[in-house]
Ligand binder design. Structure first.
Ligand SMILES: *Cc1c(COP(=O)(O)O)cnc(C)c1O
Length: 357
């Protein structure tokens, strides 16, 4: 079988163990003689998967009492409107750190006064704004902890005078998080915890029910809390694979161990980017993402970008083209991306320098 060094930004590489379990469950789910995608979602076998998945989320992220974990459809993009619809009564603030943050802000504007509290648009979102003041009269403050396109990341759980809402689509489960600092965390599963099709939401229950507008049943978080994410048919296959991915995270030693792996992996690649005279990083050093590593060729070697792309492709690298708004290269090094793939990319950069530098 062909092995790819998969650096795709999302959907992305998943643990082999999760894929193997998924293949088995597609054929015969727990000895039922049926595929996991042929079962009733009201069966006790399926309900056990839902319960296990919820409990793994709580255990691995150390989620405190008073929070609920939901599995919904619609992607992180649907949460842009859910958040505003359920929580914005008068005024909300957004930290504008990229395209996803801007999309979230745009949705909120349809529900009330939504403002950009600080922005890094002046330098093409290559850094995380600092030293800004969060107004105390906000219903909530929304951040994007990892900016998938630009390779910047907020590395700490900030103190916030109002409800803190975080889009953690692309760095959830990559490090330990102090969930108690957040009122709500959401994301699409397809960057670090599973396949596309399921969206996770971790919500502090007592922040709900405070807005005066009518909430359609499907768009009210409380519906999904009351029905344990089974108000309607959940995306069963995606949840199954997410559950297996979380089992893998736990087996690796949980988030302390996974975080250490991610630091080591990102360190390998950033060291090479900084050492190699042909390449340079695009994100401010202190804000560099552990998940999405963005780099370009230095001025002197700019004309060699296409050549490096082909060179890397021939050596099995997949998905390293940078987003069109940044250019150059982006290596997404999510949890399941093995260190061997990073080493292969580093070797590729070294070899290319020897031949062309
Ligand atoms: C990919 C991504 C999204 C969009 O996710 P969908 O599930 O495709 O809607 C939103 N925010 C961030 C930070 C992302 O990386």
């Amino acid at each position: 079988m062909k092995i790819a060094h998969n650096f795709n930004a999302g959907p992305c590489v998943l643990p082999k163990a999760a894929l193997e379990a998924a293949i088995e469950a597609l054929k015969d789910f727990k000895g039922t003689g049926m595929s996991v995608i042929e079962m009733s979602h009201r069966s006790k076998e399926w309900e056990a998967v839902m319960a296990e998945c919820r409990s793994l989320w709580k255990e691995i992220l150390n989620i405190p009492e008073g929070y609920q974990v939901l599995f919904l459809g619609g992607g992180a993009s649907m949460q842009f409107l859910y958040v505003a619809m359920n929580l914005l009564e008068k005024k909300a603030g957004y930290l504008e750190t990229g395209v996803w943050a801007k999309k979230a802000l745009k949705e909120a504007k349809g529900f009330g006064d939504a403002i950009s509290v600080a922005s890094s648009a002046d330098k093409n979102f290559s850094y995380i704004p600092k030293g800004y003041e969060i107004p105390a009269d906000l219903d909530y403050f929304h951040i994007t902890t990892n900016n998938t396109i630009y390779g910047t990341e907020i590395h700490t759980d900030m103190d916030c005078p109002v409800n803190l809402i975080a889009d953690m689509s692309s760095d959830i489960m990559s490090r330990p998080v102090d969930v108690s600092k957040y009122a709500l965390i959401y994301g699409g599963a397809q960057k670090n915890v599973g396949p596309a099709g399921v969206t996770f939401v971790i919500v502090k229950e007592d922040i709900l029910g405070k807005v005066s507008r009518y909430l359609p049943t499907m768009l009210d978080y409380r519906t999904h809390i009351n029905e344990e994410s089974m108000f309607n048919t959940p995306p069963v296959f995606s949840i199954f694979v997410m559950n297996e991915t979380l089992k893998w995270v736990k087996a690796k030693g949980g988030l302390d161990a996974v975080y250490k792996m991610n630091l080591d992996k990102a360190g390998l690649l950033y060291n090479e980017i900084d050492r190699n005279k042909m390449f340079m990083g695009t994100a401010a050093k202190e804000d560099r993402s552990l998940m999405n590593i963005c780099f370009v060729m230095t001025e002197e070697y700019k004309d060699k970008e296409d050549a490096f792309m082909s060179f890397a492709k021939e050596r099995g690298m997949v998905g390293i083209k940078g987003h069109r708004s940044v250019g150059g290269f982006r290596a997404s090094c999510y949890n399941a991306c093995p260190v061997e793939s990073i080493q292969a990319l580093v070797s590729c950069m070294q070899e290319f320098e020897k031949l062309n530098g």
